[in-house]
Design a protein around this ligand. Structure first.
Ligand SMILES: Nc1nc2c(ncn2[C@@H]2O[C@H](COP(=O)(O)OP(=O)(O)O)[C@@H](O)[C@H]2O)c(=O)[nH]1
Ligand SMILES: [Mg+2]
Length: 424
């Protein structure tokens, strides 16, 4: 196919594997399209395990579009989403957990997320589950053997099998326990900045991002829609959302913004509730504090640089007794705020040393494997027959086999590869 658009097509057709060739690309009408470097890689040592040609083009969207058009006219077709990875999987070049880790790497938003994805591509999760599977296959073999032996050997064997089942269940659960970190790194955590107008939400948004993203103004109701940006807090990708100040809106557009702010306030994983330190006793501040009570939140009193009561009558209880005093203007308290947010998004967890982190699909398989192993242990202790216990062990092995895709159904495959972008 590539030879149809490339000059020196004979040389390219007969090129040895893993060689790079300079060439000119022409469309079917013979018009020059681009100058390119063409890499020839022949099966089986390629990503998909099939013959592959890669084109290195001059940058720019136009070159790519023209080359693509020429290739399509010459009879090529566009790949489906994830088609290359799916072929690699079907040809046995990568297992399913590695294919998923490729998606994780492409989507990663923090250094830690990328490191974890790379650990997955290197086979971290796959190796652990395969190792447990192998031990369980040994247990199966022992169960078979046990049937053929006399009583004293059998007694020693019984104990060993019980221990092996215990250890396997323990190891599966240990892997499963890392799942929250996997979820955190893959999905990120959403923090919504909420409060009444003019308390400094947008100023804090900018200060946390260390860039001027949101408009800041003395005029109330400046932020109408919401704004979002990604932030790295201790390795966790955080989607920070700046919302419109909540009040009885004067016009439709603002009312729509307030409705969105309310939705963020309800649905975010964590709320950064901002009140004005210079206006203690503000009834609107008291409202947001009460409204967000009992939900994950950090209360901050902003404008700590200003004199208290500068613009109100003062008096009454300060709305946020336990609020962290900060100033978006001077930066006071921001390090502490960052540290507090970081601790909350990590839910107090230190990151695991081994960054091979199972995803939700893996966890679902691991739960079933652990449950089957629990059954096997219980039956074994109660003196069930080898056949019965072997059945449970086989269930555990096939559940674990879903992680690498050794045992997997077509629907699951389609769902996984549909998450890829085209060209991967
Ligand atoms: N003195 C002082 N003024 C602030 C501080 N943070 C925000 N402001 C001012 O308060 C006004 C409203 O800020 P803005 O971030 O737009 O508030 P928002 O409506 O809650 O998004 C602007 O005039 C800001 O300059 C602060 O820490 N100290
Ligand atoms: Mg604002």
């Amino acid at each position: 196919m590539a030879a149809r658009v490339a000059a020196r097509s004979d040389a390219i057709r007969s090129a040895p594997t893993h060689t790079v060739h300079h060439t000119w690309l022409r469309d079917t009408n013979g018009r020059l399209v681009d100058e390119a470097l063409l890499t020839v890689m022949r099966a089986p040592r390629t990503f998909t395990g099939e013959d592959v040609v890669e084109l290195g083009l001059h940058g720019g969207a136009v070159c790519v579009r023209r080359t693509l058009r020429a290739l399509l006219a010459a009879g090529a077709r566009l790949a489906d989403r994830g088609e290359f990875s799916k072929r690699a999987f079907l040809n046995g070049r990568i297992d399913l957990s590695r294919a998923e880790a490729i998606i994780d790497l492409i989507r990663s938003r923090t250094e830690l997320g990328a490191r974890s994805a790379l650990a997955g591509i290197a086979g971290g999760v796959a190796r652990r589950t395969e190792e447990i599977e192998n031990r369980l296959i040994d247990v199966l073999a022992r169960l078979e053997l046990n049937l053929d032996f006399q009583d004293d050997v059998q007694a020693a064997g019984r104990e060993e099998i019980a221990r092996a089942l215990d250890a396997a269940a323990g190891d599966v659960r240990e892997l499963e326990r890392r799942a929250p970190w996997g979820r955190r790194l893959r999905d990120g955590v959403t923090i919504a900045i909420v409060g009444r107008p003019n308390v400094g939400k947008s100023s804090l948004f900018n200060a946390l991002l260390e860039e001027d993203r949101a408009l800041v103004s003395e005029t109330s109701g400046t932020t109408r829609d919401y704004l979002e940006a990604w932030l790295d807090l201790g390795g966790v990708p955080v989607r920070l959302v700046d919302t419109a100040g909540q009040r009885d809106a004067r016009e439709d557009v603002e009312a729509a913004g307030v409705a969105r702010a309310q939705r963020w306030e309800r649905e975010a994983d964590l709320r950064l509730v901002v009140i004005d330190a210079s206006e203690p006793g503000s009834p609107e501040d008291a409202e947001v504090v009460v409204r967000t009570k009992g939900r994950p939140r950090v209360l901050v009193a902003n404008k700590s640089d200003r004199e208290v009561g500068a613009s109100t009558s003062g008096g009454g209880e300060p709305a946020g007794g336990a609020a962290l005093l900060v100033s978006a203007r001077t930066g006071e308290g921001l390090d502490e705020l960052r540290a507090r947010l970081e601790q909350l998004v990590r839910e107090g967890d230190r990151e695991p040393e081994d960054l091979s982190l199972p995803n939700e699909r893996h966890v679902e398989s691991m739960r079933r494997a652990a449950a089957a192993l629990d059954l096997a242990r219980a039956s074994w202790q109660e003196g069930a027959t080898e056949e019965v216990v072997a059945g449970d062990v086989r269930d555990a092995i096939s559940a674990l086999g879903e992680v690498t895709g050794r045992v997997v159904d077509e629907v699951v495959l389609d769902r996984i590869f549909a998450q890829f972008c085209i060209g991967k």
